[in-house]
Design a protein around this ligand. Structure first.
Ligand SMILES: [Cu+2]
Length: 136
């Protein structure tokens, strides 16, 4: 009986030690990238863009349909970046995203050409700017 109690006590101590180790490991992990945001399911088109020093890299700079467009921005660079779009109703943008972080937003856009760019510091002047064409 005495042996069993000693074992239980040892397990308890070991478990406690484990928890502390886990806590330390969490602190040494690089900055969390956060949960992957969900894209608006009502969107008629998705415009994805990768944010890098100092370029906006998009698979396509044209979306085939006007309407509710979902924007997906991923910071694939090493400093903070964001995505802004100059829309008819004004500028819409993500906050400044940490490296590895993603964000989405959606808005209604009529056919036309829209400027998209990184609103952080002078990144637009450094080349993080482009045009997105929304077709009829
Ligand atoms: Cu930037």
């Amino acid at each position: 009986m005495r042996v069993a109690l000693a074992l239980i006590a040892a397990v308890g101590i070991a478990a406690g030690g484990c928890g502390e180790e886990r806590g330390q490991a969490t602190r040494t992990v690089p900055e969390p990238v956060g949960p992957v945001p969900t894209t608006d399911p009502r969107a008629v088109a998705v415009a994805s863009v990768s944010l890098l020093e100092y370029v906006l890299r998009a698979e396509r700079s044209r979306v085939p349909r006007a309407g509710l467009i979902a924007f997906e921005a991923t910071n694939d660079g090493t400093v903070r970046h964001g995505l802004a779009v100059d829309a008819p109703a004004g500028r819409v943008s993500t906050r400044a995203l940490r490296p590895g972080e993603r964000a989405t937003f959606s808005m209604r856009l009529p056919p036309g050409r829209y400027k998209w760019y990184c609103p952080v510091a002078d990144h637009e002047q450094r080349g993080m700017v482009g045009r997105l064409r929304v077709a009829e």
